[in-house]
Design a protein around this ligand. Structure first.
Ligand code: GDP
Ligand code: MG
Length: 171
């Protein structure tokens, strides 16, 4: 039997945007309110995507690494989730530099990537419009999801991870 494909996914974004909450939501379908922000973890997860069993290794970065550590994470990964918090404009402004780092380290390959605007349950304190996220994703030629690790309506969290797996497999 053929070995099931394995993809390495790294989750990037400023500290506090909800990377750990998203990963835990994806893996357990639960929301955990407080998660050690300095913790970096990897997880293994299998999913059936388009009738194929895919094994994912997911690296949940802490978001406060120095540049060498970040570059190491980029070299390790096959695909990347870049997360910002829709209630924190600064976290959105961090996206473009992160994307540049990915491009630089992976050059000349192009980089499978999805953009996630998290915490969309907090619409009343939103600082980044949906259209702004869409526009940035279009510039980066990647898929875009607004989601909430705590509400997760419509299963957008899993959809983002699955789409990234497809993107990695297409390259
Ligand atoms: P990380 O530093 O990017 O890993 O962020 P965490 O996953 O530790 O989350 C940071 C804070 O944001 C925690 O207090 C979480 O409870 C909260 N949080 C994460 N995701 C959401 C979300 O979708 N909605 C809301 N309201 N809070 C969230
Ligand atoms: Mg974390």
């Amino acid at each position: 039997m053929a070995k099931s494909p394995e993809v390495k996914l790294a989750v990037f974004g400023r500290a506090g945007v909800g990377k750990s909450a998203l990963v835990v939501r994806f893996l357990t379908r639960r929301f955990i309110w407080e998660y050690d922000p300095t913790l970096e973890s990897t997880y293994r997860h299998q999913a059936n995507i388009d009738d194929e069993v895919v094994t994912m290794e997911i690296l949940d970065t802490a978001g406060q690494e120095d540049i060498q550590q970040k570059e190491g994470h980029v070299r390790w990964g096959d695909g990347f989730v870049i997360v910002y918090d829709i209630t924190d404009r600064g976290s959105f402004e961090d996206v473009a530099p992160l994307r540049s780092l990915l491009e630089e380290v992976k050059r000349p390959k192009n980089v499978p990537l999805v953009l996630v605007g998290n915490k969309c349950d907090l619409d009343h304190v939103r600082q980044v419009g949906t259209e702004e996220g869409e526009r940035l994703a279009a510039e980066m030629a990647c898929a875009f999801y607004e989601c909430s690790a705590c509400a997760n309506e419509g299963g957008a969290v899993a959809e983002a991870f699955h789409e990234l797996c497809r993107e990695v497999r297409r390259r």
